[in-house]
Ligand binder design. Structure first.
Ligand SMILES: [Cu+2]
Length: 244
């Protein structure tokens, strides 16, 4: 009897742990939904429109995530962009809708917003880790999580096309292309590492790392998108002058 009692207590404790984990398993989107409407028109062209074309602001979490969502710990993230079908259409028999990440800021990570295809919730996708740059979309609203560890302006570009089961484009269909943007602005180009509000060695170390990766945090001076002496001078100058 005593053993049974202990067993019940242990189960009860486990259930409590699971309940607690569930709350921390569902990170917020970081703002209201911003849908990328995907439409196939009568001329078999993919048309893409995003409701709010501005940059989404990365969410600063105040909580710790558990389970699959633990990949977001130590990052700022955003899941406002959601792929959504617009109008009544379907790919041809044997065809699939592919979303292919053709360009993205280095150090921008993407995680699956729900289970779909071969992916589970929070699996790395779209080139993150060793994942494929593309996936076959099931057509159900999909808000993936974009995560970064350093400030800056980030972007990712997508080609959406109709392809066969191997991902080969099907002739007669014109793909669509769209660029999405996100920002983490500290208000000071030299303040790129914790603790924020203080310029210290951590910012210099982060700049060197970001510069070597070609990451947005080091892209502090024009021409943007290029990592050159102007970025180094810009960082050093801002660092010496101090932040407002
Ligand atoms: Cu949505």
């Amino acid at each position: 009897m005593k053993l049974e009692h202990t067993g019940t207590l242990a189960l009860g404790a486990l259930a409590l742990v699971n309940l607690a984990a569930t709350a921390g398993d569902l990170p917020p989107m970081g703002g209201s939904m911003n849908h990328i409407m995907v439409h196939l028109n009568a001329a078999n062209e993919i048309e893409l429109t995003v409701a709010n074309p501005g940059e989404m602001v990365f969410y600063e979490p105040t909580e710790t995530y558990t389970g699959a969502a633990a990949v977001l710990n130590g990052t700022r993230f955003n899941a406002q962009y959601g792929w959504l079908v617009s109008g009544l259409w379907a790919p041809p028999p044997g065809g699939f809708v592919y979303i292919d990440q053709i360009d993205a800021s280095p150090t921008l990570s993407v995680y699956a917003g729900r289970a779909f295809g071969p992916y589970s919730f929070m699996d790395p996708i779209l080139g993150t880790g060793s994942s494929s740059s593309r996936f076959a979309w099931d057509g159900v609203m999909l808000h993936n999580y974009y995560a970064v560890t350093m400030p800056g302006h980030y972007s990712a570009s997508y080609l959406v096309y109709i392809g066969d089961e191997n991902g080969e484009p099907i002739a007669g269909y014109t793909p669509g292309e769209i660029t999405l943007g996100w920002v983490w602005d500290t208000g000071c180009a030299a303040d790129i590492a914790e603790p924020f509000g203080v310029l210290d060695l951590a910012d210099i170390t982060a700049f060197v790392t970001a510069f070597s990766l070609g990451a947005p945090a080091a892209d502090v001076a024009e021409p943007f998108g290029v990592f050159d002496l102007a970025d180094i001078s810009g960082f050093v100058g801002t660092f010496q002058n101090g932040c407002p």
